[in-house]
Design a binder for this molecule. Structure first.
Ligand SMILES: [Mn+2]
Length: 285
């Protein structure tokens, strides 16, 4: 969506590059069995500089060790939000992950993605594990992060233990965004249940970022609960040679269905600041 900027005389005034920033909408739907505690995803958004968005997804296996899996990602996100303007971080998402991880004292582990927009339009992304980000321009996905994993269903993760990954393992990418671009950031609960073409059509169908985030989360939730839906997750499982349960096989059924999980969705639309016209010195009246 283009922001209309009125200028008294654009012919006479040279266009300089507009500052950009995000308008952001967020939506989180916890796993149906984890609703009472709010699930094990955590996120934060900040309007610092051009805007910062981040998602962390607590690794649920910690529950077997009597550790609440939500503590680590929540503390990680709180720490990250506190370090956003830190001098040493210098607006670098990888360093933000390093400092937030170092400051986190909870036991547990989490996947994490951080995206930081500079006012000149450069989006810097650091990603550890299987949270994800898509950049959508004119109805096409022009950038897509790839999940990092040790093996199927075991993503790279920051951990309170030495066995985990660190900021050095982050996949880092930069992309130049322009006014009207939309980013979609989420936990694997979104990307395991919703295909990219569905993300695009949902974004195109909702001009409001808050409504778009809610619609995407609801779509992911509906697919997660649908045992017949051939989800990205079930396609991936089949491609790795996983078999359906015996009773399904006997009935000639495929391995299908969504994946029940916490679902976090952040939608950010890039808008300009309407300061793109620089008055000429000799233009003064
Ligand atoms: Mn998850």
């Amino acid at each position: 969506m283009a922001v209309s900027c009125s200028s008294p005389s654009s012919e006479l005034n040279p266009v300089i590059k507009s500052d950009v920033s995000f308008s952001v909408g967020t939506y989180l739907i916890p796993h149906p069995k984890k609703v009472d505690k709010g699930g094990e995803d955590a996120f934060f958004v900040s309007n610092y500089n051009g805007g910062v968005v981040a998602v962390a997804d607590g690794v649920s296996g910690w529950a077997e060790e009597d550790v609440d899996p939500s503590l680590f990602p929540r503390e990680l996100m709180t720490n990250a939000s506190n370090f956003v303007g830190d001098e040493e971080v210098n607006y670098d998402p990888q360093i933000l992950i390093r400092k937030a991880h170092a400051a986190t004292s909870s036991t547990g582990s989490a996947t994490v993605i951080v995206a930081m927009l500079e006012k000149n339009g450069i989006l810097k992304i650091a990603n550890v594990g299987d949270c994800g980000l898509r950049v959508i321009r004119n109805g096409n996905v022009i950038l897509s992060t790839s999940p990092q994993e040790h093996y199927f269903d075991c993503p790279f993760q920051l951990s309170s233990e030495r066995v985990g990954q660190t900021y050095l393992d982050a996949a880092v990418s930069n992309v130049e965004l322009i006014e009207g671009d939309t980013i979609v950031v989420g936990s694997d609960g979104l990307f395991d249940n919703v295909f990219d073409h569905e993300i695009v059509s949902t974004i195109v169908g909702h001009r409001n970022v808050a409504e778009a985030a809610k619609a995407l989360a609801n779509l992911a939730s509906n697919h997660a609960l649908d045992s017949n839906f051939d989800s990205p997750y079930s396609l991936e499982a089949r491609s790795r040679g996983f078999e359906p349960p015996l009773w399904k096989k006997i009935l000639g059924m495929k391995l299908t269905g969504g994946k029940l999980d916490d679902i976090t969705v952040i939608v950010g639309e890039v808008s300009g600041s309407c300061l793109k016209y620089k008055p000429l010195r000799n233009d003064a009246v």
